[in-house]
Design a protein around this ligand. Structure first.
Ligand code: ADP
Length: 493
C-alpha cells in the first residue's frame, strides 16, 4: 500500500481484538488501526487492562488521576499488535491499569461502570505527555470514550500540549448510551455550566454518549444508512435532536473486516480451507461440523446464526416462524449469548428438533468461524443494525446472508432476486415474520431448485471486497475534516 498520508492517530476503545471482545466494536478496533498503520500513519491503541487479557505487556509509567475528590493511580502498560499487511510495522497498544476498577472477570455491567470509564477517559488524556505522544486525532469509539471529547474541550485544550488535538467520535451502537445519574458528572471536576441540556445533561442524567456527540469535532457512525436513520425518532434513541444539531458534522462509513484474520483459505480454526478457486471444498466444513456437533451427516441447507441474543437482532421473527422453517429438510446452528429469554427459547427449539437444531449458548470465537464456514445461509433479520459484521464475515466465507434491509445490512447486502448480477444475499424491508418467511423460502428455492446458480452465487461472493481498504481512506478524510474544524476551535458555548 502506498505511504502517502502520515497522521498520528490514537484509537481509544474499551474492547479490541485480540485482547477483549463482546461484539463488533472489538473487531473494528483491532483491524481498522492495522489498515491505517499499513497506509503509513503512526497509529496507537489505548484500552483498559482487564483481568481476562492474556497478552504479555510491559510497564511504561504510572501517575495519579483525578476522579472527583479522589486520586486514583493509573498504570500504563504496553504491548504491540502486528500489522499483517506490512510485517515491518507494529502498533503500540497501551493498557490503562487500575487494580480496583479493571481487575475483574468481565468487561462491562458493573455497578460502578460510570467511574470505571470516566477514569479511563481522564487517564487517556493524562497519559499523552507522559508517553510523549501528541496525536493529531483521537479516534473515540462508543459511549465509554465520549467524555474524552468533552474533557479535551472543557479542560485540557487550554494547555499547549493538547491545543491541537482533534477528535472523531464514532457511534457503533446508539442504543447503549452510558446514561447515569447527574451526580456522575461530578467525577470529571468540570464547571456546572457543562451539565446543561445544550451540553451533556440528558433528561436529568449525565450521558457519556451525548458528551461524545456534542464535543466530538467530527462524529460518525458505522454505515451510511444508519447515519440517516438515527436522525429519526424511530432509530434515534432520543438522541435525534442532538444529532440533528450536528448534522453538518455527521457522517456514515460502512465498516470493513480484516481480510487477513477472516480468510477462509488460511483460517486455522476451520476444518478445510477454501476460496473462490476451490469453493466446492466449503462443503467439507459442513460435513465436519455435522459430525462434530452430532447432527445427521447429509447434504441439506445449513442455516447459521452467530449473535448477541438481544431484541435488536430480530430473533423473535425467527422464533415465530421456526416451526414452518423446520418443516423443511434443513439444519440450523446457533451460537450466541445474552437475554435469558432468547437463550431458553433457542435451547427449547433444539430440544424439540434435536436432529435439525443445535444451540450453543456461549461466546466461542473458534466455533463461530466453523459455523461461518460450514453454513450455506446466515440469518440476520435485525430490528436495527448500525453496520453488522456477521453478514460481512459470512460473505467472506461464501455463506449467503438473509437480512432485514436496515442500517449497514441495507448498505452491504443486495437482494439476489432483485439484482442477479450484483446480488450477494437476500433481504426484506418490513420487520415482520411473514416477510422473513417469504425471504427464507426464496433463498431455499434457489438453493434447492437451481444448485448451479447457487454455486455461482457462492463463488461470486467469495470474490467480493469488504476489506478495510476503502473505509480506511474515508476515515482519513474524516480525520482531515476534524483537524480542519478544530483549528482555533473553542469549546461549545
Ligand atoms: P454487534 O456488534 O451488535 O454484536 P456485529 O455483527 O457488528 O454485532 O458483530 C458481532 C461480532 O461478534 C462478529 O464478529 C460475530 O462473529 C461475533 N460474535 C457474536 N456472538 C458471538 C459468540 N457467541 N461467539 C463468538 N463470536 C460471536
Amino acid at each position: 500500500m502506498a505511504e502517502k498520508k502520515q497522521l498520528k492517530i490514537l484509537f481509544a476503545s474499551v474492547e479490541v481484538v485480540p485482547y477483549a471482545k463482546t461484539g463488533g466494536l472489538a473487531d473494528v478496533a483491532g483491524s481498522l488501526p492495522q489498515t491505517l498503520a499499513a497506509m503509513g500513519n503512526d497509529v496507537r491503541i489505548v484500552m483498559p487492562r482487564y483481568k481476562i487479557i492474556e497478552s504479555d505487556m510491559e510497564y511504561v509509567t504510572d501517575f495519579p488521576v483525578e476522579l472527583g475528590p479522589r486520586r486514583e493511580t493509573c498504570i500504563v502498560r504496553e504491548t504491540s499488535l502486528e500489522v499483517p499487511q506490512d510485517k515491518s510495522k507494529k502498533i503500540p497498544v497501551y493498557f490503562i491499569d487500575n487494580y480496583y476498577y479493571y481487575d475483574r472477570d468481565g468487561i462491562y455491567c458493573y455497578f460502578d461502570d460510570a467511574d470505571r470509564f470516566a477514569l479511563f477517559c481522564r487517564a487517556v488524556l493524562d497519559m499523552l505527555p507522559k508517553i510523549d505522544f501528541k496525536p493529531d486525532v483521537i479516534h473515540c469509539n462508543d459511549w465509554h470514550t465520549g467524555p474524552i471529547c468533552m474533557l479535551l474541550n472543557e479542560k485540557y485544550k487550554k494547555y499547549p500540549y493538547y491545543s491541537n488535538i482533534s477528535t472523531v467520535f464514532t457511534v457503533h451502537n446508539l442504543e447503549y448510551q452510558g446514561n447515569f445519574s447527574g451526580d456522575v458528572f461530578k467525577v470529571f471536576n468540570l464547571p456546572p455550566n457543562v451539565f446543561t441540556p445544550e451540553k451533556v445533561e440528558f433528561y436529568g442524567m449525565f450521558s457519556f454518549m451525548k458528551a461524545g456527540l456534542v464535543y466530538g469535532d467530527i462524529i460518525n457512525t458505522v454505515s451510511e444508512t444508519y447515519a440517516g436513520e438515527i436522525l429519526t425518532s424511530k432509530y434515534g434513541e432520543k438522541m435525534e435532536g442532538v444529532l440533528k444539531d450536528r448534522v453538518k458534522d455527521l457522517f456514515g462509513i460502512t465498516n470493513g473486516i480484516s481480510y487477513d484474520k477472516f480468510n477462509p483459505s488460511e483460517d486455522p480454526r476451520i476444518f478445510k480451507n477454501y476460496g473462490a478457486d476451490n469453493y466446492l471444498d466449503k462443503k467439507e466444513n459442513k460435513t465436519a461440523l455435522q459430525k462434530d456437533v452430532g447432527m445427521p451427516v447429509k447434504d441439506v441447507p445449513m442455516f447459521g446464526l452467530i449473535s448477541r441474543l438481544t431484541d435488536q437482532k430480530g430473533l423473535n421473527l425467527i422464533l415465530d416462524i421456526a416451526d414452518q422453517m423446520l418443516k423443511e429438510d434443513i439444519q440450523f446452528v446457533l451460537l450466541g449469548e445474552g437475554d435469558p429469554y432468547y437463550q431458553d427459547a433457542f435451547r427449547n427449539l433444539s430440544r424439540k428438533y434435536p436432529d435439525k437444531v443445535k444451540t450453543f449458548i456461549e461466546f466461542n470465537a473458534a466455533l463461530a468461524q466453523r459455523i461461518y464456514a460450514a453454513s450455506d445461509i446466515f440469518l440476520m433479520p435485525s430490528r436495527f443494525e448500525p453496520c453488522g459484521l456477521g453478514q460481512i464475515i459470512s460473505i467472506r466465507y461464501g455463506t449467503i446472508p438473509i437480512v432485514r434491509a436496515t442500517g449497514g445490512l441495507a448498505d452491504t447486502i443486495i437482494d439476489y432476486d432483485k439484482d442477479n448480477k450484483n446480488g450477494n444475499g437476500f433481504s426484506f424491508n418490513e420487520f415482520s415474520s411473514k416477510e422473513l418467511l417469504k425471504t427464507f423460502e426464496r433463498a431455499l428455492k434457489l438453493y434447492k431448485k437451481k444448485p448451479q446458480e447457487w454455486s455461482e452465487l457462492v463463488k461470486k461472493v467469495l470474490g467480493l471486497d469488504f476489506s478495510w481498504n476503502q473505509p480506511a481512506e474515508k476515515y482519513m478524510m474524516l480525520y482531515g475534516l476534524a483537524m480542519k474544524k478544530n483549528n482555533g476551535k473553542k469549546a461549545p458555548k
